[in-house]
Ligand binder design. Structure first.
Ligand SMILES: C=C1C[C@]23C[C@@]1(O)CC[C@H]2[C@@]12CCC[C@@](C)(C(=O)O1)[C@H]2[C@@H]3C(=O)O
Ligand SMILES: O=C(O)CCC(=O)C(=O)O
Ligand SMILES: [Fe+2]
Length: 358
């Protein structure tokens, strides 16, 4: 993850200050953590027993299956992905070790109000009146300084895990991107036109570690509220605890139970833009429970942060005019910091009334 300075600049003009509480201290759910449909329109939308596609990456028809899942769901689960299970155990161990530290130790690496890396609540917290039952840690660029603050004696061991995880995720993300775009007939020259190299060199990423502690009243609490990711793609590992849900307009909330060794892949807003709306970026959220702590690790993968992203010309024609203007990941993150889940419709409407986004 190089050029971290560029993505880190994004939130300088969008500071957030959300108090962190020690969730383990609460025996009852405080009002400030009690969600109702007024706090989030989709809070009580119906649950469905549909299941998210499960794709074996060794399947001979893998590209068609990925393409279908991206079009119909904007998400899918994968197996046979090549990420060693030992590495998944290591990243889960790192995540558990981090969040099990006493609060005063975690706060040594607290994210600053206008910063991007470190310990804190998810950035989307600023859009809700109620607090979410979770804590997070964002890694962009080298985690060395933050990890040194957390584990003065053992930080190098944890940095190695992050580096190895990142290397595997980078390769997997590029492979999945090719499967998804290949299913639409997009080839290397279309990608080069967009300024991306065929191995997606220069792509940037964030790693988001999430912890959802045991909750006294899970039905009234929210772990991570409904959102889409501002990425090209997100690859998520979850520990063996239920919580992730994806939303489909026609069926409601679909639970994505963990399957040991598998990963979940989400289409993000930028891939939605690149495919001119063919792939939806999936709305998802995390619920909590009163039995087991839940951990998840999201690899949020995007383009070089200053590269202009726009609908691929191959996917634009007289019947399908471009739905979105060109913009960089940095510009999109800044839009998201103001317009949150309305960001795509905001830039779409802006595009229809003008041509450029500043
Ligand atoms: C690159 C990024 C995506 C993200 C904002 C960030 O700058 C770093 C944290 C990411 C994350 C992880 C949790 C959910 C999310 C919506 C959030 O609040 O912070 C995503 C952001 C995003 O995808 O917009
Ligand atoms: O914890 C989860 O299952 C979801 C996490 C997530 O959506 C994110 O980090 O962006
Ligand atoms: Fe997400």
């Amino acid at each position: 993850m190089n050029s971290s300075t560029t993505l880190s600049d994004v939130f300088r003009s969008h500071p957030i200050r959300i108090p962190l509480s020690n969730l383990a201290d609460f025996r009852h759910l405080p009002d400030s953590y009690t969600w109702t449909p007024e706090d989030d329109l989709l809070f009580s939308a119906s649950d469905s027993d549909e299941s998210l596609p499960f794709i074996d990456l060794a399947d001979p028809h893998v590209a068609a299956r990925v393409g279908h899942a991206c079009t119909a769901w904007g998400a899918f689960r994968i197996t046979n992905h090549g990420v060693p299970s030992r590495l998944l155990d290591d990243i889960e161990f790192l995540t558990g070790s981090l969040f099990r530290l006493p609060v005063h130790r975690k706060l040594k690496a607290a994210r600053s109000e206008n910063g991007i890396s470190g310990y804190g609540v998810a950035r989307i917290a600023s859009f809700f009146n109620k607090q979410m039952w979770s804590e997070g840690f964002t890694v962009i660029g080298s985690p060395l300084d933050d990890f040194h603050k957390l584990w003065p004696m053992h930080h190098l061991k944890y940095c190695e895990i992050i580096t190895e995880y990142e290397e595997h995720m980078q390769k997997l993300a590029a492979r999945l991107m090719w499967l998804a775009l290949g299913s639409l007939g997009v080839d290397e020259k279309d990608i080069n036109w967009a300024g991306l190299s065929s191995d997606f060199q220069g792509a940037q990423a964030a790693i988001q570690l999430n912890h959802y502690p045991i909750c006294p009243e899970p039905d009234r609490a929210m772990g991570l509220a409904a959102h889409t990711d501002s990425t090209l793609m997100t690859i998520l590992y979850q520990n063996n605890t239920i919580g992730l849900q994806v939303f489909r307009d026609d069926v409601g909330w679909v639970t994505v139970p963990p399957v040991p060794g598998s990963l979940v892949v989400n289409v993000g807003d930028l891939l939605h833009i690149l495919t001119n709306g063919i792939f939806p970026s999936v709305l998802h959220r995390a619920r909590v429970n009163h039995v087991r702590s839940r951990f998840s690790i999201a690899y949020l993968w995007g383009p070089p942060s200053d590269l202009m992203i726009s609908p691929l010309p191959k996917l634009v024609n007289p019947l399908h005019s471009p739905l979105y203007p060109s913009l960089t990941w940095k510009q999109y993150l800044a839009t998201k910091a103001t317009h949150f889940n309305q960001s795509l419709s905001f830039i779409r409407n802006y595009h229809l009334s003008s041509d450029q986004i500043s």
